[in-house]
Design a protein around this ligand. Structure first.
Ligand SMILES: N[C@@H](CCC(=O)N[C@@H](CS)C(=O)NCC(=O)O)C(=O)O
Length: 240
């Protein structure tokens, strides 16, 4: 394998993409970023290994996706500093959290953020808040009181679960802007985790400019609103 610079196809709105950007930043590996317009996805990109989905990592002869596999690869190829816990039980726990994140909080936030049908607002808000309450309970079960996810087990630095969760918290900017929604005050552990993650140097360095992020979301929301007006259901999250 050569030492060419890894190339990451991404979109600034995509929380999955920033997970990989954070992992590379944590490892100190410079990458080439290729921005993909998710509304006018180029035909040449649809031909690639992910079938048009971002993130996609190309490195040497490899084309790797989806985001959890990319971060596993980054960890194995560039082991220092480690993002996964050393202890096998904690590693399994980290992977279970990532699985849960992808099934629970992540799609709930995507659906609520991108909803353009006001009659669905309440149900989608409830679904998102249910996920955040479950997150609060899971953090409490871990003995979490602040800092990074690994802290209760003595590992208070950015890890793979933090890299997976942080991009959603960064994109809560969209929930605040379009829907006046935020992490409720009665969820102190979720807020503490959010607060620790968004200021982490690797997260901050890979976070999109907020105005650009909101303008891009506004463009997507316009497309979704036109589709909704035409009676077309557009999937916005896993499982739709
Ligand atoms: N499970 C994938 C999800 C990636 C994903 O949903 N990406 C979105 C953008 S945020 C996308 O490209 N969707 C279009 C598609 O999958 O064709 C991952 O973790 O990488």
């Amino acid at each position: 394998m050569s030492e060419t610079r890894p190339r990451l196809y991404r979109a600034i709105t995509c929380n999955f993409c920033q997970r990989a950007e954070i992992a590379f930043a944590a490892k100190g590996i410079e990458i080439e970023l290729v921005d993909i317009d998710l509304v006018k996805r180029p035909a040449w990109f649809r031909e690639k290994a992910s079938g048009g989905s971002v993130p996609l990592l190309e490195w040497d002869e490899l084309a790797i996706h989806p985001s959890p596999v990319i971060n596993e690869f980054v960890e194995e190829r560039w082991p220092e500093p480690p993002l996964f816990p050393k202890d096998p039980g904690e590693r399994a726990t980290a992977r279970m959290w990532i699985e849960w994140w992808n099934e629970g909080p992540c799609p709930a936030y995507e659906r609520r953020l991108m909803n353009v049908r006001p009659e669905r607002d309440e149900a989608l808000t409830t679904a998102l808040l249910d996920q955040l309450r479950e997150l609060e309970a899971r953090l409490a079960d871990r003995g979490y009181t602040g800092g990074y996810w690994g802290r209760p087990r003595g590992d208070d630095r950015l890890g793979v679960v933090d890299a997976t969760a942080a991009p959603m918290f960064v994109r809560f900017a969209g929930l605040r802007h379009f829907h006046d929604l935020d992490v409720p005050e009665e969820l102190p552990r979720v807020r503490a985790w959010r607060d620790a993650l968004v200021v982490d140097p690797c997260v901050a360095a890979t976070s999109p400019d907020e105005d650009e992020l909101l303008a891009t979301y506004a463009g997507y929301r316009e497309v979704l609103a036109k589709a909704a007006a035409a009676g077309i259901e557009v999937p916005v999250a896993r499982g739709d």
